[in-house]
Design a protein around this ligand. Structure first.
Ligand code: ADP
Ligand code: MG
Length: 259
């Protein structure tokens, strides 16, 4: 199957997510339509509170939409039981967070093997070491997180997220806790996964330089997709769009759910 014929890795159809009700209710996502084609790298940007994390959590099946439908790898997730959803996340979705979230008591190799074990299979010989080698940590298999730098830990987290070859990798500010050089290395690895393995990636970031590694950039404001840059776009152009959104912000009043 060519990339064009493959179903989108993720599709959001009129997805709304509200928190609370009545006067204190918040519309975190407001009827968002978005398609994330297989094998593409999308960056999601927007001011603080614009709904980026909510979008990522809903798209990943970590959070349920209040209305609308999320389709992951061809499966509409709205009708799945918690058990089915957990299984789909485990087998078809990968996550990388700002805070690495490795298990401190496990070595790098054990951390990377974990998603395979949770999916009920033991890693094939060489599978984990090949994955570690892919992120440049072939010589760190026996190290625990406390024995590695932040950049190295995030590379282990990337290896762990990719070892199941998920339909989509979600990354929430993956370079947020890293120095510039480690951040660049992480972005290079994400880009490589897209170019070499047709990995689909959705990455939330506030950094125009990070977003410039993506194939396109979606801009959120007040829970809506308000702008898109088909890419690859330069960091400067992305920064200009971001600044425009920040400037427009005070003019917008905080929207409150009326129901
Ligand atoms: P971002 O990631 O862009 O900073 P979020 O998706 O975290 O934005 O939040 C979007 C909006 O939803 C904000 O107004 C935020 O305060 C609100 N929100 C997020 N999570 C919750 C929650 N668990 N309970 C109530 N409001 C929430
Ligand atoms: Mg956020």
């Amino acid at each position: 199957m060519t990339r064009e014929q493959a179903p989108p890795a993720v599709e959001l159809r009129a997805v709304t997510r509200t928190y609370g009700t009545g006067e204190r209710g918040v519309i975190a996502l407001d009827s968002v339509d978005a398609v994330f084609p297989a094998g593409t790298f999308t960056a999601v940007m927007g001011p603080s509170g614009s709904g980026k994390s909510t979008l990522l959590h809903c798209a990943a099946g970590l959070d349920r939409a209040s209305a609308g439908e999320v389709v992951i790898d061809g499966t509409p997730i709205g009708g799945l039981s918690e058990r089915q959803l957990t299984r789909l996340r485990r087998e078809r979705v990968g996550f990388v967070f700002q805070a690495f979230n490795l298990i401190a008591a496990l070595t790098a190799a054990q951390n990377v093997a974990l998603p395979l074990r949770l999916a009920g299979r033991s890693p094939a010989p060489g599978e984990v070491s090949a994955m570690l080698a892919e992120v440049g940590l072939g010589d760190r298999a026996g190290h625990r997180p406390s024995e590695m730098s932040g950049g190295q830990q995030q590379r282990v987290a990337i290896a762990r997220a990719l070892v199941t070859r998920p339909a989509v990798l979600f990354a929430d500010e993956p370079t947020g806790a890293l120095d510039a050089r480690s951040g660049r290395e992480v972005l290079r690895l994400l880009r490589l996964a897209v170019d070499q393995h047709a990995q689909t990636i959705m990455m939330v970031t506030h950094d125009p330089f990070a977003a410039a590694h993506a194939d396109r950039v979606l801009f959120l404001a007040d829970g809506r997709v308000v702008d898109a840059l088909p890419g690859p776009a330069g960091a400067q152009e992305i920064a200009v769009r971001t600044a425009r959104l920040e400037e427009a912000r005070p003019a917008r009043s905080a929207r409150v759910a009326s129901r």
